[in-house]
Design a protein around this ligand. Structure first.
Ligand code: HEM
Length: 249
């Protein structure tokens, strides 16, 4: 993840400016190309089954007594894809520095055509998930935090408080991309737990699938959120050390 430390932005004529990242070639930022790759691969893999309009192609079983589940899920997947794509451009330092005006517009698309509708639909289908109450709790927490962090980041940008804007949006970014770590955890947890089907889970496949989904759900977003906080604290500590060093003794 990029930091804004290093090269300070040039002083603005009026009011604070959006902090720009130091100019560095894209290959000096080893996370950009992999992030672009996983974004494209994830969307290319996830989206097509939900473009058919046929509930039979959904990877999520429809919960009983919840007929709106499928249309809400399709809406969620479409808006969430918008959020993920725009989020990639928002966190790409070169793009932000090169096209600051576009950054503002894609930011609005991220908030109003991505996170807001995807988070609200995720909240509703998340509360009624077919994978049990532990997964429902994870979904609801994730949706509320995603909406909350993004709203806080947007508000800070409107108030031109760009340091706080960056902090909230970094947390929002961590949650947007947590959908990918969620899938990775799902595979790991499945590989670890499936040999225990006949022991720990007493042959109950539903219990196994609920446990895999729930552990993948919780680990999927809590770990990236902790890492994003560590990243922010690390930047703060570096700035404090630099201030102390520059103080006259
Ligand atoms: C960060 C907040 C998010 C929340 C709260 C959320 C919530 C949900 C929920 C509740 C489901 C149904 C599964 C279940 O019942 O447990 C789901 C499915 C899905 N979500 Fe999200 N989601 C979020 C972010 C995203 C993002 C950023 C994407 C990126 C495109 C995404 C793509 C999908 C897809 C493709 C499915 C269908 C499952 C599949 O086909 O594998 N979600 N989401």
């Amino acid at each position: 993840m990029a930091t804004t430390t290093g090269t300070p932005p040039s002083p603005p004529a009026t009011g604070p400016s959006v902090p720009t990242a130091p100019r560095r070639r894209w290959w000096r930022r080893p996370w950009i190309a992999p992030l672009a790759f996983v974004t494209v691969v994830f969307i290319a893999f996830s989206l097509p089954p939900y473009l058919t309009g046929d509930p039979a192609t959904s990877r999520i079983p429809q919960p009983e007594g919840f007929p709106a589940h499928y249309p809400l899920l399709v809406a969620h997947v479409l808006f969430a894809s918008v959020a993920m794509l725009t989020c990639f451009f928002q966190v790409w330092p070169w793009f932000r520095g090169r096209y600051p005006v576009v950054h503002r517009y894609t930011g609005r698309v991220y908030v109003f055509a991505g996170v807001l509708p995807a988070g609200l639909t995720g909240l509703v289908i998340g509360a009624g998930t077919p994978f049990g109450p532990v997964q429902a709790a994870s979904n609801v927490m994730l949706a509320l935090l995603w909406l909350g962090f993004t709203a806080a980041g947007y508000r800070m940008a409107r108030q031109r408080r760009f340091v706080e804007h960056r902090r909230w949006m970094l947390r929002s970014f961590a949650l947007t991309f947590s959908i990918i770590t969620n899938r990775i955890w799902g595979v790991i947890v499945f590989l670890v737990l499936s040999p225990q089907l006949d022991t720990t889970f007493q042959g109950n496949e539903t219990m196994l699938s609920w446990t895999v989904a729930s552990l993948g759900g919780w680990l999927g977003w809590t770990v990236p959120l902790l890492i994003s906080q560590w990243w922010l604290d690390r930047g703060d500590a570096a700035k404090r050390r630099a201030r102390l060093r520059s103080r006259p003794s």
